[in-house]
Design a protein around this ligand. Structure first.
Ligand code: FAD
Ligand code: 2HG
Ligand code: ZN
Length: 493
């Protein structure tokens, strides 16, 4: 494959005018319209958090942010924009890692944060229906007294919104146990690019009445419409959860360990997360969780965080203890040691090491993030090959690439390859791309396991999707959004 041009696309859209702002100010509450244009005239600094992404890597220049409170308001905004060819970027918690939720130029930002009500909850089925702007953690907290949990969890839970999770088809830390959102989302309410409200907010577990349209919006990254409501199946809260951080002498032990852990823990295994030594050290350096004792870390090439969730504490603890004993007492032990949490605080501290790596990496420098699906046996090779490649280009030095780290969701075959640089630079980017994408392709892997394509990987879609698939995607996009106003420049090259 030739590398596709990775430039800012020419956008044939109208910029927002004062007349548009005056119209938005009529249909929305005054606090819902932020615009540097008259008659609203918000200071530009107040728009900065909406124009820049979580990594401060992607920057837009939107003059106008709209924060509607109802689906009807969303519909009116979208209709107006479609008729006037004004482009829209739907935005949730703005925690996405591929630049999908910020403008490329000066598109209107439609932020869903004001739509944050739980609409209904059925304590028998566990089905929760919510506005798309509900923060994931707030939904989890809502469910606690009902003894249910959300089927997904991720490090960004305090800011990301359920609509953003659905739109990126976020995977996260519970996918191993509860599967993907393609299974747990039961229905969606979506404002289509012409302003029509598509009500598919079903609460049915089973519904085989033809094409399952909602699936198209799961992972569409805001290119097919604005998700305004989500119906999702929550899971019964486990009565007991435990976790243990296992230190491994060598990477080659990860796969046999996974097999053994699955065999012994079976139905109570709820997470199996991988952290390489350098990722662990960065997490600790930047205060994520509590460092393990030196003797537990010594000689470890990598770590695996195992979580159990089940119905009976004594039963689960017995299984976990038996597992640890058998691992330690084997003739050729797969682990050096295991640090078992003994209290809810220690449980959270172990999780904080794993969940905090993204934050630690961003404190350490500027991250190039490759979120890839490859065979688990190749995780280490891919990290090492990338590091060697950067070394051969003379880029592995303190003022260029500081670290190459790997971590991720072993159970899902998903590696997070992070290249931590002193600064974002074209030289580093061209050393990494298409190098990493070609490597992924050689394993028949995916260039985006869970974060999406956004603006970062439009040119890389071809490494994981063939021309027929991309052509069909394009035709679906044109069918839903003939004027191309919905999140232009994202997903499709
Ligand atoms: P945004 O960032 O605002 O938007 C993401 C995309 O969805 C954009 O394309 C946007 O246009 C679109 N969008 C947002 N809301 C809507 C809507 N209502 N309708 C239509 N389109 C919409 N991801 C994982 O998969 N697994 C992880 O474990 C994980 N951990 C993370 C940890 C951290 C610390 C961070 C910062 C990110 C992590 N992510 C992870 C990235 C992940 O994509 C997001 O955290 C989350 O799913 C995005 O939600 P958001 O509300 O912030 O969406
Ligand atoms: C995780 O699993 C997230 O922690 C973020 O998906 C990964 O920062 C990353 O690259
Ligand atoms: Zn992840």
């Amino acid at each position: 494959f030739k590398r596709w041009a990775h430039t800012t696309p020419t956008m044939n859209y109208r910029s927002v005018t004062e007349e548009d702002v005056a119209h938005f100010a009529k249909i929305l509450a005054p606090s819902s319209v932020l615009s540097t244009l008259a008659p609203v005239s918000t200071p530009a600094s107040e728009l900065s958090i909406y124009n820049n992404d979580w990594m401060n890597k992607y920057h837009g220049k939107s003059t106008t942010v709209l924060r509607p409170k109802t689906t009807k308001e969303v519909s009116e905004i979208v209709k107006w924009c479609n008729e006037r060819r004004i482009a829209i970027v739907p935005q949730g918690g703005n925690t996405g890692l591929v630049g999908g939720g910020v403008p490329i130029i000066d598109e209107v930002i439609l932020n869903l944060g004001n739509m944050n009500k739980i609409r209904s909850f059925d304590p028998v089925s566990g089905i929760i229906v919510a506005d798309s702007g509900c923060v994931l953690e707030a939904m989890s907290e809502y469910l606690v007294p009902h003894h249910y949990i959300m089927p997904l969890d991720l490090g960004a839970k305090g800011s990301c919104q359920i609509g953003g999770n659905v739109s990126t088809n976020a995977g996260g830390l519970r996918l191993l146990r509860y599967g993907s959102l393609h299974g747990s989302v039961l229905g969606l309410e979506v404002v289509l690019p012409d302003g029509t409200i598509l009500d598919q907010l079903s609460t049915l577990r089973k519904d085989n009445t033809g094409y399952d349209l909602k699936q198209l919006f799961i992972g569409a990254e805001g290119t097919l419409g604005v998700v305004t409501g989500v119906s999702i199946l929550s899971a019964p809260a486990p009565n007991a959860s435990s976790n243990v951080m296992l230190a491994l002498p060598k990477y080659e032990n990860v796969l046999p360990l996974f097999r053994e852990v699955k065999r012994q823990l079976s139905e109570i295994l709820s997470a199996f997360e991988f952290i390489d030594r350098r990722a662990y050290e960065l997490a600790v350096k930047h205060g994520q969780g509590r460092a393990l004792n030196d003797e537990d870390v010594e000689g470890a090439e990598c770590f695996v965080l195992v979580e159990t969730s089940g119905g009976k504490r004594e039963h689960d603890e017995e299984k976990l203890n038996t597992l640890l004993e058998s691992l330690m007492e084997a003739d050729e032990p797969l682990i050096n040691t295991g640090v078992l949490s003994q209290s809810p605080l220690q449980f959270s501290q172990l999780w904080a090491i794993r969940e905090g790596i993204t934050e630690a990496v961003s404190k350490e420098g500027k991250a190039y993030k490759y979120d890839i699906s490859i065979p688990v046996a190749s995780f280490k090779t891919v990290v090492d090959t990338t590091r060697d490649h950067l070394q051969s280009k003379g880029l592995l030095r303190d003022d260029a690439v500081k670290h190459v780290v790997g971590y991720g969701h072993v159970g899902d075959g998903n590696l997070h390859l992070n290249i931590v640089a002193a600064e974002y630079s074209p030289e580093i980017e061209s050393a990494l791309e298409p190098f990493v994408y070609e490597l992924v392709q050689s394993y028949k892997g995916s260039v985006s396991a869970e974060h999406g394509i956004g603006v970062m990987k439009t040119h890389a879609l071809q490494y994981s999707k063939n021309a027929t698939s991309i052509d069909l995607m394009r035709r679906i996009k044109t069918l839903f959004d003939p004027n191309g106003i919905m999140n232009p420049g994202k997903v499709l090259p």
